[in-house]
Ligand binder design. Structure first.
Ligand SMILES: [Zn+2]
Ligand SMILES: [Zn+2]
Length: 375
């Protein structure tokens, strides 16, 4: 038997033929199908191209309305993704007084209030609860208003949507920074892997949350409502001195670490500040400052975990394994500070941040005005 004789045994691999023709001759392919193979047309899986904006059930192109919700269908291409959505979430703290200038804030009475520091852990928990509840309400609103199908989002989109329930997020593709938080807006670099994108977002979100927590504390102690004046003071308190800068940075670093795979985290964010402190603060003082950051990070993690639960956290870690070929570097883990403050110690630390920060703010009103205009 010769090879050519095998031709009589040949049969078309129709499946493969159709698949290739579909790519080579997309238009002709449909006509061809209609004319030649009713059989295959019946068998070919038809894509569901429409969805119900209420229940998110998927429908075929020919369908017009959702049989359950009795509303007209939309094209899947019209479905909004978290990236396209702009948000402007607000968090409010209410008090009896409303200050309308920095002069009204820096009064003798308020200096005494800060010094007396009538503030408990119960008050602290109330503040974090308000933030948590508001974010979840914001997210519900964003999902409804934009007809987002949570189920159809990938892990990166879920984290982004959650972040946007706190603060607006913008993207950039320039400069060396992975991301930053400034005046109620997070900017993240677009050129990162999905896993780094998520942990950068979480890191910057922590900066936002610490600012928000501090704003809540000031409102509670001065018995006033939150406004841009109080917010500028909170912002200033977190950046004016290496002490608070290190607390802020170490808290963000620790929160980020909770959602990162061990051995892959970047330590530069707080190491730079720590190095700049060399000489200004003793080793012990630096470690205690990091412990304060750690203690704040526990409250911030608790807020974030209202949505980023164990499942989502594992998804983020899986994404890390997919994105990286580097071996983990566990050496840096030795730098971690694993101490937190007792409730009493923590309250004392907050008092210290506030009393020093309030004096410093009152002496730099020009800077505060600059911030206030940008918020
Ligand atoms: Zn429906
Ligand atoms: Zn940072």
């Amino acid at each position: 038997m010769l090879v050519k004789d095998l031709s009589s045994y040949l049969k078309e691999d129709r499946e493969k033929r159709f698949a290739i023709d579909n790519i080579l001759y997309p238009a002709e392919y449909d006509i061809y199908l209609e004319e030649h193979c009713d059989y295959y047309l019946a068998e070919a899986p038809r894509p569901k191209t429409k969805y119900c904006p209420k229940c998110f059930k998927k429908y075929f192109e020919k369908d017009l309305y959702c049989k359950d919700c009795l509303c007209s269908l939309k094209h899947i291409s019209e479905m909004k993704r978290p990236r396209e959505i702009r948000t402007n979430p607000t968090f409010t703290f209410k008090g009896k007084r409303d200050f309308e200038s920095f002069d009204e804030i820096f009064t003798e009475e308020n200096f005494i209030r800060i010094d007396d520091f009538s503030f408990s852990m119960r008050d602290f928990k109330k503040i974090t609860r308000i933030i948590k509840r508001t974010a979840l309400e914001n997210m519900e609103e964003i999902v409804k208003a934009n007809e987002i199908d949570l189920e159809s989002l990938n892990v990166q989109e879920k984290v982004l949507l959650f972040a946007k329930s706190f603060v607006d997020v913008d993207f950039k593709s320039y400069g060396p920074e992975l991301g930053h938080f400034e005046f109620n807006k997070i900017t993240v670099d677009d050129r990162q892997t999905p896993s780094l994108h998520m942990t950068t977002l979480i890191h910057e979100l922590s900066h936002f949350l610490l600012k928000e927590i501090l704003t809540g504390i000031i409102c509670r102690i001065l018995d006033c409502s939150k406004n841009t004046y109080i917010e500028s003071i909170a912002l200033y308190m977190l950046i004016y001195s290496p002490f608070t800068e290190l607390i802020d940075e170490y808290a963000a670093h620790t929160v980020e670490g909770r959602f990162t795979l061990y051995g892959y985290q970047d330590y530069s964010s707080f190491l730079n500040i720590e190095q700049s402190l060399d000489g200004e603060m003793g080793r012990d003082e630096i470690e205690i400052t990091k412990s304060i950051g750690n203690t704040f990070s526990i409250a911030i993690k608790d807020i974030l975990e209202s949505f980023i639960d164990d499942d989502l956290r594992l998804d983020i870690k899986d994404q890390f394994l997919r994105d990286t070929r580097d071996r983990p570097n566990y050496e840096m883990l030795r730098l971690e500070n694993c101490e937190k403050l007792t409730d009493n110690g923590f309250l004392k630390a907050i008092w210290l941040i506030l009393s020093e920060g309030f004096i410093a703010s009152s002496m730099n009103v020009e800077k505060l005005i600059e911030y206030e205009e940008k918020i």
